[in-house]
Design a binder for this molecule. Structure first.
Ligand code: GLC
Length: 747
């Protein structure tokens, strides 16, 4: 994915001169203050949990006024001292302007603050979780989703989102797979750039733009055993081929900030990793923004065992290339002495300050620190246009995994429809993880969406059936009765929002609680069973795959979940999504991903090949898979040449025909395989895709251009090369099917 590097725009002579003048005036304390982000909230702010604080309130140890002050102690005196460069968790135009005014008017140098927040998939208009959006392969829509998030967040006084999360993940046990774009590096890179562009727009000083933050740098998704925060160990080749490209794409798209990850890589915590934060990020990617640590990750370098104490951790992090500490104390308490006695060279400190001030100038905060107002906030948040966009994004994120005998789409005038399951009439769990400012009251549930869709003659029979989790004997009776009376059963099952996201690794990937038993009880009624999945990760659902008539992967689609699911179930939208993560048959297969090397003994019929003795090697559903209400055929794969040089382009053309009787969108995928190389290569890798709409019977010749230079890998000396030799090309509907061709790369 060849991109121009937008990082150059961050170096402006006029701003650099102003920064020089400002740094010359700053005291040591003020300089270190710029490197500090605090979060004025209960969580971690005072070393007490919410419960402990509430207990103090209950015990009368805290007055309500003290509780209120503790709850939102905005450190106003420290702002006046000019020692807070950034705050997390400041929400609302009025609060933002109030605190910024203190910084601008009451501190010695009047340096504006940056207010950051996790605006991961929408602000108040909550969009589908990022993993779901990625399944749309609709880059324009994904960019639009980020832009709307930026408009609402900036209207609410926020300058900076801690997004996009661009971690590649091949392990669905890891809960944060929900926050990214899946297992594929090429798609992850395209989406990383789109989200950065959506958040930042063309000009950071545009008051509707917010700073992007590419996170978590790096390889956080490769945590051993899928256990969050766990160690990461991999070859530098794999790091550069699989995990770093989406970060490079984000940097080249102009990401103003990066966030270092909690994990170590090969024994060095990312937060204090000079190779990562300086050699790669600034040396290779040409990054000119600044790097913020993840929450408290500087201090945690001591826990890692990489520093003896917080002073050493702070010093190592700053010297490695970290600029801002997301915590309450480390940099602020542990840097002054070391800076004063020269242990930390002044130019290192000044360079970190410079990077942060550079971004504040780029945002225009010195000239226009109050970028919003209460009126603008009220007009922007949750407006009709944003809600409609959320529905458009949601329906495109849905993946149809099974549709036996074309049971879907349903007629809108069916006599009786049973809608059952613990997530059918649930609003909260439609928001998904990291919906920090989302509200259940804004959600249209799936039950509501269905009720609004069907005719007045249709009777909807609703029953919850069981809870999402828990083993207490579920009350299936009511749900089974409803199913028995209905023409068709729609069962809405899956996970809670907090079962994915941060600190939410699962060792089993089954439907939680008694939900699968509920489905089996419903199946006994012999009524057609349509399963709608609400989840933040791939689930192991072999029984459902075998026995349900239809499976609709609806992820967590945000506030418009109901209308979007109903649009698909009743045919007002023909589902077009494709999986961006492999669905394992069993958790025992994990990690499992499509772009794996061949091995010397690929799974075969004989015993002594790479397979299991107690289960299949193949996944339940492969990367790139998704059905439609129509069908498509692929014919006539043509390459612009079968002999190319490494610096040339190759154009792949294939005829795609809609062979069904309804219009539909198809995501045409092109994969490449380097058949023989000095390091074994994946059996195939996605290198291009195009989403097209075809009317019934329509045929389109789809052309996708490849840069042969992007088909390379890192050799044993960590040099990027494209080796001459035979390459195979695949064009098709997913990573398992398609037409095959081949070409040669020559010197
Ligand atoms: C969390 C997450 C990170 C988030 C940050 C601020 O620990 O790891 O993704 O942006 O803290 O909330």
């Amino acid at each position: 994915m060849i991109m121009t590097n937008k990082q150059e725009k961050f170096i402006r002579e006029d701003y650099e001169k102003k920064i020089d003048e400002l740094i010359a005036k700053m005291t040591l304390k003020e300089k270190i203050g710029q490197l500090v982000q605090i979060s004025p909230s209960l969580f971690g702010a005072f070393g007490l949990t919410v419960d402990e604080l509430i207990q103090k309130l209950v015990n009368g140890e805290l007055s309500p006024e003290e509780f209120e002050k503790l709850d939102r102690d905005y450190h106003e005196d420290e702002i006046r001292e000019g020692i807070i460069g950034s705050m997390g968790g400041v929400i609302g135009a009025e609060k933002s302007n109030e605190l910024q005014r203190i910084a601008i008017e009451e501190s010695r140098l009047g340096i504006p603050m940056l207010f950051g927040l996790d605006v991961i998939h929408g602000f108040r208009t909550v969009f589908p979780i990022p993993l779901a959006e990625a399944c749309s392969f609709d880059i324009d829509m994904i960019k639009k989703s980020a832009r709307i998030a930026a408009k609402e967040a900036s209207a609410a006084g926020i300058h900076w989102t801690f997004a996009p999360m661009v971690d590649i993940s091949r392990d669905p046990r890891w809960g944060r797979i929900a926050e990214g774009a899946g297992e594929d590096t090429y798609l992850g890179s395209v989406i990383a750039a789109a989200r950065v562009e959506g958040f930042q727009g063309d000009d950071l000083s545009d008051t509707e733009s917010i700073l992007a933050c590419a996170k978590h740098f790096a390889a956080y998704g490769a945590a051993v055993a899928g256990r969050d925060y766990n160690t990461v160990d991999m070859s530098l080749q794999t790091l550069h081929e699989v995990y770093l490209p989406p970060f490079e794409a984000a940097a080249k798209a102009g990401a103003a900030t990066f966030m270092s990850s909690f994990n170590d890589i090969n024994g060095v915590p990312s937060t204090a990793n000079k190779y990562l934060l300086t050699d790669v990020l600034r040396g290779k990617f040409g990054f000119n923004g600044f790097v913020v640590s993840d929450a408290n990750s500087v201090a945690e370098c001591v826990v890692h065992g990489h520093s003896a104490d917080r002073k050493e951790a702070s010093r190592k992090a700053l010297l490695a290339g970290l600029d801002m500490d997301m915590s309450h104390g480390t940099f602020r308490e542990d840097l002054p002495d070391q800076a004063a006695d020269g242990t930390i060279p002044e130019e290192v400190l000044n360079e970190a300050v410079r990077r942060i001030l550079r971004i504040k100038f780029m945002m225009g905060l010195f000239d226009n620190p109050y970028r919003t107002s209460k009126e603008k906030e009220e007009k922007t948040i949750l407006c009709a246009e944003h809600i409609e966009a959320a529905r458009e994004m949601a329906k495109r994120s849905i993946v149809l995994l099974k549709n036996e005998n074309n049971i879907l789409p349903l007629k809108k005038n069916l006599k009786k429809i049973a809608v059952v399951g613990p997530l059918a009439d649930n609003a909260e769990e439609m928001l998904g993880t990291w919906a920090v400012t989302g509200r259940a009251e804004d959600v249209v549930t799936i039950l509501s969406g269905i009720k609004s869709k069907v005719s007045s003659e249709t009777e909807i029979l609703y029953a919850k059936g069981c809870e999402i989790t828990g083993d207490k004997d579920a009350d299936f009776k009511e749900a089974v009765e409803a199913a028995s009376k209905a023409d068709v059963v729609i069962a809405v099952v899956g996970e809670k929002s907090d079962m994915s996201g941060e600190a939410s690794s699962r060792m089993y990937l089954d439907l939680p609680g008694k939900q699968e038993e509920l489905l089996k009880a419903l199946h006994e009624t012999n009524k057609p069973l349509i399963v709608v999945l609400i989840n933040g990760r791939p689930l192991t659902i072999p029984w459902v795959s075998e026995n349900a008539a239809s499976i609709v992967e609806a992820w967590q689609l945000g506030i418009q979940s109901g209308p979007a699911v109903a649009d698909v179930l009743f045919g007002d939208y023909n589902p077009s999504g494709k999986l961006v993560v492999t669905f394992p048959y069993s958790v025992g297969q994990v990690p499992i991903y499509y772009n794996h090397p061949m091995t010397g003994r690929p799974a075969g019929k004989i015993k002594f090949t790479s397979k299991y003795i107690d289960g299949p090697v193949e996944p339940l559903y492969p990367f790139g898979f998704g059905l439609s209400y129509t069908t498509f055929s692929y014919n006539n794969l043509v390459l612009s040449s079968t002999e190319v040089k490494a610096n040339e382009k190759l154009i792949i053309s294939v005829d795609v025909t809609n062979t069904g009787n309804v219009a539909g969108e198809e995501i045409v995928q092109v994969y490449v395989s380097d058949v023989t190389a000095s390091r074994v290569r994946p059996v195939k890798e996605l290198k291009g895709f195009k989403k097209i709409l075809l009317q019934p019977g329509q045929c389109e010749t789809v052309s996708i251009e490849l840069n042969v230079s992007e088909l390379g890998f890192y050799n044993e000396n960590l040099e990027y090369i494209v080796e001459p030799g035979l390459f195979k090309i695949y064009a098709g509907p997913n990573s398992k099917e398609g037409l095959e061709g081949e070409f040669n790369v020559y010197e």
